[in-house]
Design a protein around this ligand. Sequence first.
Ligand SMILES: Cc1cc2nc3c(=O)[nH]c(=O)nc-3n(C[C@H](O)[C@H](O)[C@H](O)COP(=O)(O)OP(=O)(O)OC[C@H]3O[C@@H](n4cnc5c(N)ncnc54)[C@H](O)[C@@H]3O)c2cc1C
Length: 395
Amino acid sequence: MSVRTRVAIIGAGPAGLLLSHLLDRQGIESVVIDARGREEIETTIRAGILEQGTVEILTETGASDRVRTAGQRHEGIELRFEGEGHRVDFAGTVGRAVWLYPQHEVLKDLVAARLAAGQDLRFHVTAERVEDAGTDRPRIIAKDADGHRVEIEAEVVVGADGSRSVAREAVTGSYGGYFREYPFAWFGILCEAPPSAGELIYSNSPDGFALISQRSPEVQRMYFQCDPDADTGAYSEAQLWDILQSRVPGTTLKEGRIFQRDVLRFRSFVAHEMRRGRVVIVGDAAHTVPPTGAKGMNLAVADVVLLTDALRALLHDGDETLFDAFPDTARERIWKAQHFSWWMTNMLHLQPGAGDFDRLRQIGELRTVVESGAGRAYLAEAYTGWPLDGARLDG
Ligand SMILES: Cc1cc2nc3c(=O)[nH]c(=O)nc-3n(C[C@H](O)[C@H](O)[C@H](O)COP(=O)(O)OP(=O)(O)OC[C@H]3O[C@@H](n4cnc5c(N)ncnc54)[C@H](O)[C@@H]3O)c2cc1C
């Protein structure tokens, strides 16, 4: 089967679906394919924190009202160390906030919006490669669920196909990207319990990091630092609660049935290239961050907002300026988010082999942040997200 469109998008994740939604608003037709089915896409639990700019783009463009009605606005987080909590007040410091609204709910909203608009959105279609990147008619070579070949030819191909992107190879060739692996991971649980805290608690403890996070009034998400090779089946529920509880002294966790466990490895990655000819990669296909700063999905959204402007100028006016500049412009925010995610990770986790000096220095760093207006403001500004229009928060 052969299909022609203006923009062919691999991946119905946050990046791919939002891009197609924003392009549609500019009158630009696109086709989106995803290897997975709708149900799997709409039920896989991943990110939970949306930056203010992400919420604004979703609501102002009509992609989601539910983010404001069903999501919870959080105006701060708590950093806990040496058994004491220190709130970083986002609203009071930078006048901004984040929203707790799970990624799969964002995806439900985006899928519904795309289907209501009559979008060509194809599930169970797997891209195998991207060809002719150097020409002005690049193509996706894919297979549908029955194994039939599908070819999609477009003016621009966008790889929004996540961290195992097949589009990346067409863009970066053999050069790959900048990469950092961390010597620890997160053991994540989902449990049926009421919230143990009103806001997220990021806890640095002598036994390692823990994050107490929420999903809904009935379901909670919590993580503790573990070995990257940890076995999710190696712990009883009672052991998991003991570990979590020991890492947040001062809070009594509300326990409940644990119904999902996973180990999340920590990596930082930025592709050397984000564009080759008429093929572009965005979101996790182009970069990965460790989850500590809650930046992954938000960075995917920021790429797509920028790319929409570039594609509008290219496809409506034939003006290539923004499209040519896209990788460099996007990378400015990507590296800021990389730094923030790396910084939060290193400040909060126990480094294997850390001695007394390292531990005490880390506490000094945490004190520097919470006891300084400038320190709290940097954290608040980065966590709630720099404005998507590039404006500076300090004016
Ligand atoms: C457990 C967990 C917790 C996280 N927490 C946060 C958080 O709190 N805040 C935050 O901002 N980020 C968080 N992240 C990161 C966030 O989920 C990702 O950054 C985000 O999903 C990236 O969106 P994307 O659209 O670029 O890629 P993805 O969401 O990975 O979407 C890619 C899509 O492409 C499809 N695909 C892949 N290959 C092909 C192919 N060959 N053909 C067709 N389709 C294909 C996939 O099926 C998928 O649907 C978390 C991630 C995990 C795993």
